[in-house]
Design a protein around this ligand. Structure first.
Ligand code: ZN
Ligand code: ZN
Length: 348
């Protein structure tokens, strides 16, 4: 089917409209009109070829809310008119041990990215949600629960599940002591989700000026990580610290904050961090871990949890043709806390 998107044709030119074809739906495919798409930091990295493996033309976008317009003959879970969502992956092998456990994000054969992946049948390069339509197999389509604000929900599909998943892996609940480093798209969701689970949440920040924002998001406290006295007082006070910082940084100041068996989990930076000192890890039985998105089952659980608790990202709505300016602002962390593209602003 003919559709339109906003694509980059090389790393050094702005995104611009591109007409292209989505595949004809297979028997198990859902065809959707995209209503909203969140703007993730990965989109920017992908468009600028920061990881060195972007295939051009590239269409980013993996925080997708849409409406079903057509379904393949074998589709049983969705019908035209349903509000649905798609996150960071659109396929996996479906038969390995991880897929069978519902952890498709950890598929032994590699999951297929919503953009930057390759269709498992046609080998075509996948193109993401900065577009008018999307065709995805039923198993990778999420249901948007009734009552969830469609315009604000999109960032749950990456920022939401990326922070929800480690909170579940490490069994966060009432009484858990959770720290969050970085108050951007991921960090602000970590605060909302952890506090929705009943945890005591502390934002760790280099300066005290984010205290008001942290409290407004539901945090119980702000700890200034450059204040040695406050940091010493907070030692052994955390069960889990979610580190959302998306660039190289030093983990060492945070390790003594963890209690015995406490974990610092990295969800932001893909790449090196400063050399870790093993002393607090070995002597305090503390851990450094990493975590990607969650599986489809857990992503649905997260959407249902957010609907039940009325947890939504704080977003700034933009038109599709404002994306290049939004990228510039995102590079300066000038957004509270996620841009969402209103796809009604893009017409065929
Ligand atoms: Zn993302
Ligand atoms: Zn698999």
């Amino acid at each position: 089917m003919k559709t339109i998107g906003f694509a980059c044709t090389s790393a050094d030119v702005p995104l611009a409209p591109l007409s292209f074809e989505r595949r004809a739906p297979r028997a198990n495919d859902v065809v959707m009109e995209i209503l909203y798409c969140g703007v993730c930091h990965s989109d920017l990295h992908w468009a600028k070829n920061d990881w060195g493996w972007t295939v051009f033309p590239a269409i980013p976008g993996h925080e997708i809310i849409g409406r079903v317009i057509e379904t393949g003959t074998d589709v049983t879970r969705y019908k035209a008119g349903d509000f649905v969502a798609v996150g960071c992956m659109v396929d996996s092998c479906q038969h390995c041990d991880q897929c069978r456990k519902g952890e498709e994000q950890l598929c032994r054969e590699g999951q297929t990215g919503t953009y930057g992946g390759f269709d498992r049948f046609t080998k075509e390069h996948t193109l993401g949600g900065y577009s008018k339509h999307l065709v995805v197999r039923e198993e990778f389509v999420l249901r948007v629960p009734d009552g969830l604000d469609l315009a604000r929900a999109a960032p749950l599909l990456c920022a939401g599940i990326t922070t929800y998943s480690p909170l579940r892996t490490w069994n966060v609940g009432p009484g858990s002591r959770v720290g969050v480093i970085g108050l951007g798209g991921l960090g602000h969701m970590a605060v909302k989700l952890a506090s929705g689970m009943g945890a005591h949440v502390t934002v760790l920040s280099r300066t005290p000026d984010k205290a008001k924002d942290a409290h407004a998001l539901g945090a119980n406290a702000l700890l200034v990580s450059t204040d040695p006295e406050a940091m010493a007082k907070a030692a052994n006070g955390f069960d889990l610290i979610i580190d959302t910082v998306p660039v190289r940084h030093d983990l060492n100041p945070y390790m003594p904050l963890l209690d015995v068996d406490g974990t610092l989990v990295i969800v932001g930076q893909l790449g090196p961090v400063d050399e870790p000192n093993t002393v607090p890890m070995v002597l305090g039985r503390r851990r450094i871990a990493g975590s990607p998105i969650g599986g489809i089952r857990q992503t649905q659980e997260m959407l249902d949890f957010c609907a039940a608790k009325n947890i939504l990202p704080d977003v700034e709505m933009i038109r599709m043709d404002e994306i290049n300016h939004a990228f510039e602002r995102m590079e300066r962390s000038d957004v509270r806390y996620r841009f969402v593209i209103d796809m009604a602003s893009l017409s065929l």
